[in-house]
Design a protein around this ligand. Structure first.
Ligand code: ADP
Ligand code: MG
Length: 248
């Protein structure tokens, strides 16, 4: 078990009064598992990630987080244009004081990742030389820099156009699986959740509580694109769509 939330509630105090964001949220994540959190926008998804990342304590309930670091990949890739690709991916390392030996190990791992995922030749270039999909891959490698025990991805594809996001989602998913990382993916996109992850946790409207949890192991080893082509995919999509109770 890497993460466990037990009866987590959170109420924000704002000048306009209290905003109840989470009510009695419980779920857990196993080692190496990719899990998605889907819910209507504003329901409290980012709030859950902030609590797991330790940015704020819950108002009540308990949170168990893994030993080791947690990598947070934000909605926008937030690469710095004035730094090279290498300067960007090594940035998280500069934020932690480590021994010279550890730093060299970390840098070696980053060189391997850049090489494995086709970015080595761009190392000295600024991010403006990369396509949208490559930028996302670069942002993911930066999140992997401190070798985190857990990755938190907050709607990481929302800035990409539809075609690009299909390919990038496939790409990110295979990188996470190959690197054996546990990850929690927040999305409002049902098809992204069903195509990429091992389990989908469906959240209610605000205050978020867990409505249902779907185990997707029936998909076996299918890639995200293969999943999207299957009848099983449409079944899950429709079930979750009904649970989400989307209004326009
Ligand atoms: P989601 O990520 O699902 O879109 P959030 O977790 O960002 O939702 O926000 C949940 C609710 O809490 C929203 O109604 C939002 O306006 C409110 N909220 C988020 N952050 C704060 C804050 N710092 N202070 C007050 N209210 C907040
Ligand atoms: Mg959010």
């Amino acid at each position: 078990m890497t993460v466990e939330l037990r009866g987590v509630s959170l109420t924000y105090q704002s000048p306009e009064g209290e905003i109840e964001a989470l009510r009695d949220v419980s779920f857990s994540l196993a080692e190496g598992e990719l899990v998605s959190l889907v819910g209507p926008s504003g329901c409290g998804k980012s709030t859950i990630l902030s609590i797991i990342a330790g940015l704020m304590p819950p108002t009540s309930g308990e949170v168990v987080i893994p030993e080791g670091r947690i990598g947070l990949m934000p909605q926008r890739d937030s690469l710095f244009e004035w730094r090279s690709i290498w300067g960007n991916v090594t940035l998280p390392l500069s934020l932690h004081k480590t021994s010279r030996e550890k730093r060299e190990q970390d840098e070696q791992r980053l060189r391997t990742l850049l090489d494995r995922y086709g970015l080595a030749e761009f190392a000295a270039k600024p991010p403006s030389h990369l396509s949208g999909g490559m930028r996302q891959r670069c942002a993911l490698i930066r999140t992997l820099a401190p070798d985190p025990a857990l990755l938190l991805l907050d709607e990481p594809f929302s800035a990409l156009d539809y075609q690009t996001r299909l390919v990038v989602a496939d790409d990110v998913c295979s990188i996470l699986r190959r690197e054996g990382k546990s990850a929690l993916l927040v999305t409002h996109d049902i098809s992204e959740a069903v195509s990429m992850t091992d389990r989908v946790i469906v959240l209610s409207r605000r205050p978020a509580s867990v409505k249902s949890i779907h185990d997707l192991s029936e998909f076996g080893d299918c890639t995200p694109l293969e999943r999207r082509d299957s009848a099983l995919f449409r079944e899950y999509f429709q079930t979750i769509w009904k649970e989400l109770d989307v209004h326009v």
